[in-house]
Design a protein around this ligand. Structure first.
Ligand code: ATP
Ligand code: MG
Length: 163
């Protein structure tokens, strides 16, 4: 179950953080958010905003070299970056299946690299760089019943960035 993507544009890192915050208002424990798209497009920046809205006070740093970072917000938050992953087994060794549980919210940069491991219910945010400047495009796609029920409020909070 899916529907048309919500297409957004931002013109600064802080605006991409604000989009992350707006999405976070709709997030619930158990959610998985896959971030895809161009290198350096703003995936980590988006997670910084979402984490801030979820009550994380620690700085959110890129997990590129650590594979996963854990934050304590109102719920446990796991932030993965699977870009450097060489084998799918590395994600399984990390206990990926236990990270995706009913208590936590999981953000995965380059989530498309581990598509087969992702739960069918998820949100995907594809970030792209249309030019050399600070503009970014964000294409938000949802999958599954639990997101179908939230798509209207999601579209409402994202309306100001829609293109
Ligand atoms: N509109 C924007 N949204 C997000 N980031 C922006 C924007 N404009 C400029 N930037 C800058 O682009 C960079 C985005 O870096 P960020 O680490 O968030 O991207 P990323 O997609 O996680 O990169 P990587 O592919 O290396 O994981 C930052 O330096 C940020 O300040
Ligand atoms: Mg990143």
């Amino acid at each position: 179950m899916t529907g048309p993507a919500l297409d957004l544009a931002t013109v600064s890192p802080e605006e991409t953080r604000a989009v992350g915050e707006a999405v976070a208002a709709l997030l619930r424990p158990g959610d998985v958010i896959s971030l895809t798209g161009d290198l350096g497009a703003g995936k980590t920046t988006f997670v910084q905003g979402a984490a801030r809205a979820l009550g994380v006070e620690d700085p959110v740093l890129s997990p590129t070299f650590t594979l996963v970072r854990e934050y304590r917000g109102r719920v446990p938050i796991y932030h993965l970056d699977v870009y450097r992953l060489e084998r799918m087994q590395e994600v399984l060794d990390l206990g990926f299946e236990e990270l995706v549980d009913r208590r936590a919210i999981v953000f995965i940069e380059w989530g498309d690299a581990i598509d087969v491991l992702l739960p069918p219910e998820r949100l995907q945010v594809e970030l792209t760089l249309p030019s050399d400047g600070q503009e970014r495009r964000l294409s938000v796609t949802w999958y599954g019943r639990s997101w179908a029920a939230r798509i209207e409020p999601l579209a409402a909070v994202l309306e100001r960035w829609m293109v």
